[in-house]
Design a protein around this ligand. Structure first.
Ligand code: HEC
Ligand code: HEC
Ligand code: HEC
Ligand code: HEC
Ligand code: HEC
Ligand code: HEC
Ligand code: HEC
Ligand code: HEC
Ligand code: HEC
Length: 295
């Protein structure tokens, strides 16, 4: 309901004593004594007062079907009527509630590398439980759903050299919820990159192309993959770039403590001030090599 309608309702419920010339603060009745209005029924009965809940372009299945009570419980236990959430945790944790229906997600959420808001059970940090103007009930279109919390990555996308898949959608490489790989990558870091940057891999499973890239349309992904420039590697796919004999995995990264050498050791997967997405602000090969081969 809109603010005016809500106010009218509160006034009506609280009786004539509150409808005088007081400011809005005094108008609000003590919630504990008033409680939620009596309700019989579900769906349409709720929407009479909560019409904004059903007004979104992309509605969530059960909310669209008017099954408000699959998630909400009208609870009158301690004399006060309240509408609570089924199985929700104390701090806005809804994961347990959500997976009662989204069972297929339960196993995926148990993977080792869970995204912070998912690990704390806050599904509603990204999804509106009722509906929104965008697919998956996200607050913005899916390709932009991450930038509100990741300003550093948003900044990378304003650099002179932007990686086309990062501009297209974060979910091409990252799972928004959890994965078996660090940074919720959809596959071990180099595998994600090689899917688009090697020519017809000898072993097609090295790319696992169909398994990568989540729910993006195969056409769009094929186009991105086809336009990625190819790098030269030997048959093991572990050596041969950027110069002959150079390893791209299986060693420690001398420039980043505790991290393995991989594509992201030299390239920023999101965007960079330097050509070829080089890291360290390197604008040419020489300023890059000395980062690891300094002495
Ligand atoms: C007669 C009007 C009316 C009906 C019918 C109604 N609500 Fe409400 N609801 C309200 C008002 C008034 C509030 C408290 C003011 C506010 O914050 O919107 C409220 C608040 C809520 C809240 C916030 C938590 C709380 O207890 O304050 C939820 C959740 C809720 N309603 C769900 C429902 C559901 C589910 C139904 C149907 C089973 C329903 N409502 C039917 C008027 C109504
Ligand atoms: C899939 C579970 C689910 C269903 C179905 C559902 N809700 Fe909710 N609802 C929630 C959750 C979760 C919240 C808490 C939102 C938050 O944490 O931001 C909520 C909050 C609310 C609130 C509080 C104000 C707000 O907008 O956050 C109202 C009112 C409400 N729901 C009404 C309804 C009505 C009416 C229906 C049926 C048309 C409904 N809900 C169906 C999960 C659900
Ligand atoms: C009562 C069962 C139920 C609960 C509880 C529930 N969902 Fe759903 N959800 C559905 C149904 C049914 C659909 C529509 C069918 C589908 O697309 O899978 C759906 C669809 C979705 C979609 C869109 C999926 C798509 O492919 O378009 C998202 C995202 C989603 N739910 C998230 C949540 C979140 C987050 C919660 C917890 C706040 C939640 N759901 C709780 C039943 C439920
Ligand atoms: C950081 C934001 C974020 C959080 C937190 C989040 N999701 Fe999602 N979710 C997304 C995005 C983005 C998509 C769209 C996936 C895509 O584009 O491939 C999605 C898709 C979904 C889908 C439909 C597709 C699928 O993968 O099955 C469901 C269901 C879903 N989320 C449920 C949940 C549940 C349950 C939680 C809480 C445990 C949750 N989400 C937490 C961002 C989030
Ligand atoms: C509600 C805020 C929020 C949203 C939205 C959000 N994130 Fe995060 N994300 C976090 C927090 C908090 C962390 C943990 C602190 C950090 O590393 O910045 C994190 C960490 C990460 C990490 C680093 C994990 C690691 O192990 O180093 C990645 C990758 C990531 N998020 C990707 C995404 C993607 C992709 C999306 C969009 C689907 C997204 N985030 C949307 C809050 C958010
Ligand atoms: C082409 C694949 C790819 C795409 C697309 C992509 N990322 Fe990443 N992202 C990575 C890789 C690989 C890493 C690990 C980098 C490393 O090892 O330093 C990473 C790391 C991260 C981190 C961890 C912190 C950091 O800077 O290392 C965050 C947060 C993140 N990505 C968010 C995003 C967001 C938000 C988007 C969409 C705008 C996005 N990513 C798109 C591949 C990608
Ligand atoms: C979905 C396909 C796709 C994936 C996955 C992908 N890229 Fe790209 N990449 C592209 C496209 C398209 C371009 C722009 C065309 C080009 O110059 O190659 C590009 C450009 C680049 C460039 C700049 C090339 C130049 O000539 O300026 C580098 C470096 C690069 N990618 C590295 C990576 C790394 C590292 C990863 C893994 C973290 C990765 N890419 C994953 C598609 C992809
Ligand atoms: C040791 C640093 C290093 C590593 C590791 C590395 N690259 Fe590069 N990459 C470079 C340099 C330097 C260039 C620029 C070469 C040039 O301009 O001749 C480059 C160029 C590229 C280009 C552009 C090719 C072109 O035709 O211009 C792509 C695409 C690329 N790398 C992808 C990758 C992928 C994918 C990985 C992981 C499998 C990777 N790189 C690992 C340093 C590295
Ligand atoms: C991110 C760190 C990093 C950067 C940047 C880097 N390298 Fe390396 N390089 C390594 C590592 C690690 C090895 C393996 C060292 C070992 O085996 O002990 C290596 C090995 C080499 C080797 C020996 C290869 C062989 O045949 O065994 C050469 C030559 C080399 N690098 C040249 C370069 C050049 C040229 C550049 C700049 C284009 C460069 N490296 C940039 C990390 C890096």
């Amino acid at each position: 309901m809109n603010a005016a309608a809500r106010l009218m309702l509160i006034i009506a419920l609280a009786g004539p004593s509150l409808s005088g010339a007081q400011g809005p603060r005094q108008l609000a009745p003590p919630a504990a004594s008033l409680g939620h209005p009596a309700v019989a029924g579900d769906g349409a009965a709720c929407i009479t007062c909560h019409e904004e809940i059903a007004a979104s372009r992309v509605m969530h299945g059960p909310a669209a079907a008017g099954q408000c009570r699959t998630c909400h419980v009208v609870d009158t236990s301690r004399g006060v009527r309240r509408v609570t959430l089924k199985g929700a945790g104390a701090n806005g944790e809804t994961a347990a509630l959500c997976v009662t229906c989204h069972e297929d997600l339960a196993d995926r959420l148990k993977q080792e590398h869970r995204h912070a808001p998912v690990a704390s059970g806050k599904c509603t940090a990204c999804h509106d439980p009722h509906g929104s103007p965008f697919k998956f009930q996200l607050p913005v279109e899916a390709g932009r759903a991450c930038l509100s919390c990741h300003q550093d990555i948003a900044d990378a996308l304003t650099q002179s050299y932007v990686h086309p898949p990062a501009a297209a959608s974060c979910q091409i490489c990252h799972d928004p919820h959890a994965s078996a790989q660090p940074a919720q990558l959809r596959a071990r870091s180099n595998k994600v990159c090689l899917a688009c940057h090697i020519t017809a891999p000898a072993d097609r499973t090295a790319a696992d192309f169909p398994l990568l890239f989540g729910r993006h349309s195969a056409d769009a992904m094929d186009r991105l993959a086809a336009s990625g420039s190819r790098i030269l590697l030997d048959a093991s796919l572990t050596v041969g770039h950027p110069v002959r004999g150079h390893p791209i995995q299986g060693r420690k990264d001398p420039s980043r403590k505790g991290r393995p050498l991989d594509c992201a050791s030299c390239h920023n997967p999101h965007g960079s001030a330097g050509a070829k997405l080089l890291r360290f602000g390197a604008t040419g090969i020489s300023s890059l090599c000395i980062r690891c081969h300094g002495k």
